[in-house]
Design a protein around this ligand. Structure first.
Ligand code: ADP
Length: 475
């Protein structure tokens, strides 16, 4: 906070656990409302003395690129932190750090493109223009499934727009966020511009979201917490960007390139052990290829190696915590009793860690819990369909709308699906290809607003109109 490490004021602490060994390897003091007050006050001073917003956008851009350079030099180190803290396989962790670097550079580029408008529609005796100004202190609340990349995305956009911020990292995996703070100082970003309070959601997170001096909260996490934040935000009309859960559909047409579709469908849901907001957890396969496709998918799934995430041969790591693993297992057991067929997986991995085998469920009813609710684990529901229209109807039978995909060699079907599916991103003949240049966010219960893309800074800006009365002298 304010450029210094400070000890939290409360007596609480948080255990940080390695999800692969199940062992606690660190204890961190947990901050609460009093710490959040100090952090927000530091950010507010930084806002009011304009130490950040008064830099030119080009200078902010240079500092963000410098931060990206520092991250780039530490990719392996940061990936190793993420692997231990989250249980994310090393190769996936490195990929997420590369996206983090791209996100910072994207925000740096957008800072240089900030422009305002001159308005010509009104009275000619007035010179009218707009100014876009930082919205104020931003609260950033991130989840544990990709803490570093999600944080870099959010601070990049906030800082490019000129907003000081206070970060509340996920209590289950806060270490890469803490590490980023030293890189932020090393990059030369002034003290007080970025502050971080480690703590739980209900203590530190809630205090941040409620704080009257926080003008915007950028949140990624569960739909349930997102809904709660909306209630908290009502008091001060705090602006919100919410990137929430999903139950994303992937459609495989019988003309698809199956050599690509099979592994992509598996990775689309099992990547990061299903702990991804855009995981394609509902798979619809055209009935004429349903059986052979399912056989190939099961074979591919069996070939995925679940194990030590730091081992280069490992495909899938453990789930984040024992509670989460037990929750995932409970969902699968409920469906086993409820009528679905567990085709593969359906059991926890042996050992003290929190592994769970990738699981495929067939014949789940369209309105069953496993088909409707986000599980956030390596659990895929597969269903056959007759026509593309049937598949699209099923794809849209969801309260979520984060992402979707279709594999087809018919370009018209691909575009028709993209137009018909209610989701923030539709991937055709690919899946989970995330690029900061493209907007990302959800329809329905998947959230509010978009991150990334050409308009990524807009949610962090207020628009002001300025009118100048022109007193023309009569000559
Ligand atoms: P998940 O179920 O993926 O952990 P959460 O929505 O619970 O998702 O957590 C995402 C982030 O939101 C975490 O940083 C967590 O600490 C924070 N959080 C959880 N509950 C609250 C809350 N009541 N107020 C503010 N932040 C919260």
């Amino acid at each position: 906070m304010d450029g210094q490490w400070q000890l939290c004021r409360g007596a609480q602490s948080i255990d940080i656990c390695d999800p692969f060994t199940g062992q606690v390897f660190q204890q961190l003091p947990a901050g609460g409302a009093a710490d959040v007050d100090v952090a927000v006050a530091a950010a507010r001073v930084a806002l009011e003395d304009s130490r950040w917003a008064n830099l030119s956008a080009a200078e902010r851009s240079i500092l963000l690129n410098r931060l990206a350079d520092l991250v780039e030099r530490r990719v392996d180190e940061i990936a190793a932190i993420e692997t231990r803290d989250v249980g994310m396989p090393a190769h996936i962790a490195r990929l997420t750090i590369q996206v983090a670097i791209a996100a910072l550079r994207h925000s740096a580029a957008l800072a240089r493109l900030l422009t305002n408008r001159t308005i010509e529609g009104g009275d000619v005796d007035y010179h009218v223009y707009t100014r876009r100004e930082p919205v104020g202190v931003v609260g950033i609340i991130t989840p544990w499934n990709g803490p570093f990349v999600l944080l870099c995305n959010k601070i990049g956009a906030a800082l490019a727009a000129g907003c000081p911020c206070v970060i509340k990292p996920p209590e289950l995996a806060p270490i890469s966020s803490i590490y980023l703070m030293s890189l932020i100082s090393e990059a030369g970003i002034p003290p007080g511009v970025v502050n971080l309070v480690v703590g739980t959601g209900v203590e530190a997170g809630e205090a941040l979201a409620r704080h009257p001096d926080v003008r915007k909260v950028s949140f990624t996490g569960s739909t349930r917490t997102g809904q709660h934040l909306i209630r908290l935000a009502a008091e001060d009309l705090t602006r919100l960007t919410l990137e929430l859960g999903g139950k994303s559909p992937l459609i495989i047409m019988n003309d698809a390139d199956l050599d690509r579709a099979v592994p992509t469908a598996a990775w689309a849901v099992f990547g990061n052990s299903g702990q991804a907001c855009y995981a394609a957890s509902r798979l619809y396969v055209q009935e004429t290829i349903y059986q052979p496709f399912l056989e190939r998918l099961v074979e591919f799934t069996r070939s995925l190696k679940l194990g030590d995430p730091s081992d280069a041969q490992t495909d899938l790591g453990p789930l984040i915590s024992r509670e989460h693993r037990d929750r995932v297992a409970g969902r699968v057991e409920a469906e086993r009793r409820g009528g679905g067929t567990i085709v593969v997986g359906g059991t926890p991995a042996p050992g003290n860690g929190f592994g769970y085998y990738p699981t495929i469920i067939a014949d789940a009813a369209p309105d069953s819990e496993v088909m409707q609710d986000e599980i956030f684990g390596p659990v895929l529901c597969v269903s056959p369909f007759r026509s593309l229209d049937d598949a699209l109807r099923e794809a849209n039978n969801s309260k979520y709308g984060l992402a979707a995909g279709i594999f087809t060699s018919n370009i018209s079907d691909g575009h028709h699906a993209a137009r018909s599916i209610r989701a923030g991103t539709v991937w055709i003949n690919c899946y989970a290809h995330v690029d900061p240049s493209q907007p990302f966010g959800g329809y329905g219960l998947s959230g509010w607003g978009r991150e990334f893309g050409p308009d990524a800074l807009e949610p962090f800006l207020e628009v002001k109109s300025v009118q100048v009365k022109l007193n023309r002298a009569s000559h």
